[in-house]
Write a protein that binds this ligand. Structure first.
Ligand code: 5RP
Length: 221
């Protein structure tokens, strides 16, 4: 079993009867969702909230009952992947482009668990490009502010076209190398008009399920 599958399936053990569960997006949480699908088939009763069109398709194919974020009220638990996780459980997310809905769902959840292979654990965030979701109107103005700040912005493309998120926005990836002060960058990005959200997830994960080769560990904050 590969690390993604090991971590993903382990996290499904945290899902209990009667819960409202946020379902993240990506190739690791895919295994969680698949396992939850099996558990539903075996009689587990849950309501789930999806974080992307791809996760909605997957959950529907597995007959996992979905409700909208607005119908859900408070979520008990969200399980999601991450692109990088530091020792303080701060993370970069959004490699798959779903960061905006992922952050809304995580913020509405009592607990958030990330599922990762060991390659995602880092001492310092920033080697993975930091995604910034921006509205199309005036995006080049935002791009210029990011450029002027020395943040090495790159507009995300999908082949020849601009990448479009599920909410119809663009993504600008910041090639930072290392982020010295994630909280300061978080505050600065949040202050830019035209920025919808960004992939710094600070203080949001309560636990990280990490697989290293064939060993899986649950790290609690
Ligand atoms: C999508 C995400 C994903 O959770 C993140 O990119 C990790 O994905 P994977 O498990 O495929 O490596 O944030 O927006």
């Amino acid at each position: 079993m590969n690390e993604k599958q090991l971590a993903g399936e382990k996290a499904a053990e945290f899902v209990k009867n009667g819960m409202t569960v946020g379902l993240g997006t990506g190739s690791t949480v895919y295994y969680t969702i698949r396992r939850i699908g099996e558990m539903v088939k075996e009689g587990l009763t849950i309501k789930a909230v999806s974080t992307s069109s791809s996760t909605t398709r997957l959950a529907e194919s597995l007959r996992i009952p979905l409700v909208s974020i607005d119908e859900a009220g408070k979520l008990d638990l969200t399980i999601d992947g991450a692109d990088e996780v530091d020792p303080a459980f701060r993370g970069i997310k959004g490699g798959g482009g779903a960061l905006f809905f992922e952050k809304i769902v995580a913020a509405a959840s009592e607990r958030s668990i990330w599922v990762v292979g060991s390659d995602k654990l880092v001492d310092r965030l920033g080697r993975f490009p930091l995604p910034v979701e921006v509205v199309p109107f005036g995006y080049s103005q935002v791009y210029r502010r990011l450029f002027d700040k020395g943040l090495n912005p790159k507009l995300r493309m999908s082949g020849e076209n601009r990448y479009i998120t599920d909410s119809g926005n663009y993504i600008i990836d910041l090639q930072l190398g290392a982020i010295g002060d994630p909280e300061a960058l978080n505050d600065w990005l949040n202050g830019i008009t035209g920025v919808v959200e960004h992939g710094l997830f600070l203080g949001m994960a309560n636990a990280v399920v990490v697989a290293r080769q064939d060993i899986v560990e649950v790290k609690e904050r």
